[in-house]
Design a protein around this ligand. Structure first.
Ligand code: BES
Ligand code: MN
Ligand code: MN
Length: 462
C-alpha cells in the first residue's frame, strides 16, 4: 500500500493543476449572467468524481442549480460518510482591488503562506476545500484503502442560501443517507494551531425600503417639512442597538442558549490574540456587545449588521435633493435556539413600529438558516480530532465560528446525523473579498488528513 505522503508528493502538481482548472470557471450563483458557467462547474465536478474512481456519478436536477452526486459503496454494512461542499462562488467585485484576475488562478507567496497560495475566487470557499476530499478519496480508492463507504453531495447554490436543497434533500433522503457528514468549508486558527469548528451561526437576511414623498424633492423648497426617508432610515437603524450594543428588538434574545460560565472559561482557552486581530484589520479598537469577549461576540452571541445602505444622490458632485426612497440590507447572525423564521417576524414587526407616520416601510425577507453546534464527545468529532493530531502533531482546538452554512442544521433534521466541520482555510484567506486565496500547504495538508478521518471513524464504529 502506498503511503499518503508518497502519493501526495508524486501527484501534487497534478492536484494543483486540476484545482486551477476548476477555479477558472466563474460559477457565480448570484448572477444569472453566469448560469452557463455554474452548470459547467457542475459538469467539471462530476468528471472529477469519475476520475477519482467514484461510481454512480450524476448531475441531479433541483429547482435551482444541480447537486453533483457520486459514491463508492464498498460494503453496505460499513458506515457511510457524506461529503458536502459547494461549487458555486461569490461575485468577485470590487474587481479593481484584485491584484490578479479572480478567474485566472496564480500561485503567490504570502507571509502566512510561504509555500505559496492559489489566488482565485473560490480557492478557499469552497472549491479548493471540497477538492481536497475528491483527491483524498481518489487516493483511498486507487490504493484500496477506503475503509468505509463514501458519498459526495456538491451543490451549486450555497452562496445564495441553498434555497432548493431542503426539498431536494427530503425527496432524495434515501440516496444521501449516511452515518456522518464531513464538510471542509470553514477555517482553522493557524497552520501551527489546528482547530475544528464546533458551531455555526444561523442567519436571517432582510431588505428594507422606506418611502417618503411620492417623488424626489428639492431639498430647499421641501427640506425640513417633508419626510426624508434617508434620515428616517438612519435613525431607525441606530435604534436597533442600545448603548451597550444589545439588539433592541423585543423577544430577540428570548431563546438564546445561555452558555454556562465554566463552558465560557473553557472556550476562552482557545488561542486568540486581540492585538494581532486589531492589527490585521487596521482598527484601533474592536466593537461589540458589552459583557462579551471578541471570540464570544462572533462565536456564541447573535448580532445585527447593516450590509448595505443606499438612496438619494450618489453621483459626482452635489445635488440638492430629498429622495423618495431609502434602502438597506440587514443580516442577523443567530445562535442556538433562535429560530430564523421567528426572528425575521420579530424584526419586521419591530422595524415597522419604529417608523414615524410620515413614511411607509416595506420589509422583504431574503434567505436564512438555523445555527448548529456539534458535540465534541461524538465519534465523528473524536475521529476528526485524532486525524488532525496525526498530521499536525497537535490536538486541534474546538472553536465556534461566526459564519453560517444553512444546510447543516437541515442535515440533522433529515438524516439525524452529526456534521463534522473540518476546515483548512485561514480567516486571512479573504473569502468573499478581493484576493481570496488558499495555501498550497493547507490544500495538501487537508488531503493528507482526510484519509485518517475515514480510518479512525471506521475503527470507532466497528
Ligand atoms: N463557507 C462559508 C461559511 C463559513 C466560512 C463559515 C468561514 C465559517 C467560516 C459559506 O460559503 C458562506 O459564505 N456562508 C454564508 C451564508 C449563506 C446563506 C450566504 C455566510 O456565512 O454569510
Ligand atoms: Mn463556503
Ligand atoms: Mn461563502
Amino acid at each position: 500500500m502506498e503511503d499518503i505522503n508518497n502519493y501526495i508528493s508524486t501527484n501534487k502538481d497534478r492536484f494543483i493543476n486540476e484545482l486551477i482548472d476548476l477555479l477558472k470557471i466563474p460559477s457565480i450563483s448570484a448572477d444569472p449572467a453566469y448560469s452557463k458557467d455554474v452548470l459547467a462547474a457542475a459538469k467539471a465536478v462530476k468528471k472529477s468524481l469519475d476520475d477519482a474512481g467514484c461510481e454512480n456519478t450524476e448531475i441531479c436536477g433541483t429547482k435551482g442549480y444541480p447537486v453533483v452526486y457520486g459514491d463508492k459503496i464498498i460494503d453496505p454494512n460499513l458506515p457511510t460518510v457524506l461529503v458536502y461542499g459547494h461549487y458555486d462562488v461569490q461575485p468577485p467585485d470590487p474587481m479593481d482591488l484584485w491584484t490578479s484576475p479572480p478567474f485566472e488562478p496564480v500561485i503567490k507567496k504570502t507571509e502566512l503562506h510561504p509555500d505559496g497560495a492559489i489566488f482565485a475566487r473560490g480557492a478557499c470557499d469552497d472549491k479548493g476545500q471540497f477538492f481536497m476530499h475528491v483527491k483524498a478519496v481518489e487516493y483511498m480508492i486507487k490504493n484500496n484503502t477506503l475503509p468505509c463507504n463514501v458519498k459526495f453531495m456538491i451543490e451549486g447554490e450555497e452562496e445564495v442560501g441553498s434555497d432548493s436543497l431542503e426539498d431536494f434533500l427530503k425527496e432524495n433522503s434515501e440516496k444521501f443517507k449516511n452515518d456522518i457528514i464531513l464538510i471542509s468549508d470553514t477555517g482553522m486558527i493557524a497552520n501551527d494551531t489546528p482547530s475544528i469548528t464546533t458551531g455555526l451561526r444561523g442567519l436571517s437576511y432582510v431588505e428594507v425600503e422606506v418611502t417618503g414623498a411620492n417623488r424626489d424633492l428639492h431639498s430647499g423648497i421641501y427640506g425640513g417639512a417633508a419626510p426624508n426617508p434617508i434620515n428616517v432610515l438612519a435613525k431607525m437603524i441606530a435604534e436597533l442597538h442600545d448603548e451597550d450594543n444589545h439588539i433592541t428588538i423585543p423577544g430577540f434574545y428570548d431563546k438564546v442558549q445561555v452558555i454556562p460560565d465554566d463552558e465560557r472559561a473553557e472556550m476562552a482557552k482557545a488561542p486568540f490574540n486581540l492585538e494581532a486581530y486589531k492589527k490585521s484589520l487596521d482598527i484601533d479598537d474592536v466593537h461589540g456587545e458589552k459583557g462579551y469577549t471578541t471570540t464570544e461576540r462572533f462565536g456564541i452571541r447573535p448580532t445585527l449588521d447593516v450590509n448595505g445602505i443606499w438612496g438619494g444622490y450618489m453621483g459626482e458632485g452635489a445635488k440638492t435633493v430629498i429622495a423618495s426612497k431609502a434602502y438597506a440590507k440587514i443580516s442577523m447572525r443567530l445562535v442556538p435556539d433562535q429560530d430564523w423564521h421567528e426572528i425575521t417576524g420579530l424584526f419586521t414587526k419591530h422595524f415597522k413600529s419604529l417608523a414615524p407616520k410620515s413614511v411607509k416601510v416595506k420589509v422583504t425577507p431574503h434567505h436564512g438558516g438555523q445555527a448548529y453546534v456539534t458535540p465534541i464527545e461524538s465519534d465523528g468529532y473524536q475521529a476528526a480530532s485524532k486525524a488532525m493530531e496525526t498530521t499536525f502533531g497537535k490536538t486541534p482546538v474546538p472553536q465556534r465560528t461566526g459564519g453560517s452554512i444553512p444546510i447543516v442544521a437541515l442535515f440533522e433534521n433529515v438524516f439525524d446525523s452529526k456534521t463534522i466541520l473540518l476546515g483548512f482555510g485561514l480567516d486571512s484567506d479573504a473569502i468573499h473579498s478581493p484576493n481570496e486565496h488558499f495555501g498550497v500547504w493547507n490544500f495538501l495538508k487537508g488531503i493528507e488528513t482526510i484519509p485518517y478521518f475515514y480510518k479512525y471513524y471506521t475503527e470507532m464504529k466497528a
